[in-house]
Write a protein that binds this ligand. Sequence first.
Ligand code: C5P
Length: 233
Amino acid sequence: MLDAEARERVIVALDCDREEALSLADALSGHAKWLKVGMTLYYAEGPQIVEIFKLLGFKVFLDLKFHDIPHQVQGAAASAVEAGADMITMHAVGGVPMMQAAQAAVDESGTEADTLAITVLTSMNEETLAQTGVSRGVGEQVRALAACAQEAGLSGVVASPQEAAMLRELLGPDALIVTPGVRPVGAALGDQSRVATPAAAISAGASHLVIGRPITRAADPVAAFEEIAAELD
Ligand code: C5P
């Protein structure tokens, strides 16, 4: 993999407050290409935080996991890409028409933003899934919802590294498969349990890796990022 391509594949998750996020963005500028903004930072700071990262030259993965009626999600997707998001997320359980509405908003925006579906949150298991009325297993549910996302014309899915190979086979070579739960060899697991190394996640079929604490909490975040990118190279 070329150096530039390896850098494109690592999305740094900034799950922190504004001050720390800005200081990390400043340090990572020129090294990382992608930053992930989640609900915590976005609901505190609003679209301005996306605009700031864009001005610093980053691509922004805005992970707000939309789930509402199609009209509302269409508006949310339009606002997200208007703010500059290059990748947005939504819950596939919102249904095919909801996902189509989000895709329509992106298409109408004239941007190249990518759309990703969340299938089953990795915080869920068979038991919590059953409580929501879904009696089939997690794997089957992931597969069915990924097929819905594909039918709706989305760019891809967010998935655990364990699901990446199955999803790559199902969705084909062009789909985006973005995997969190990635830990370089020897890194602290934190609250992640089912993890893969960056290289293993890519060979399983992931197109992008979401990596937070192994980079953001490192004594030297730039060195940690560079080490991970080099592992992919
Ligand atoms: O710090 P860490 O590398 O665990 O961060 C992973 C990021 O990916 C966090 O922003 C977390 O919310 C997100 N994520 C995850 N597992 C999922 C989906 C998203 O850890 N299944």
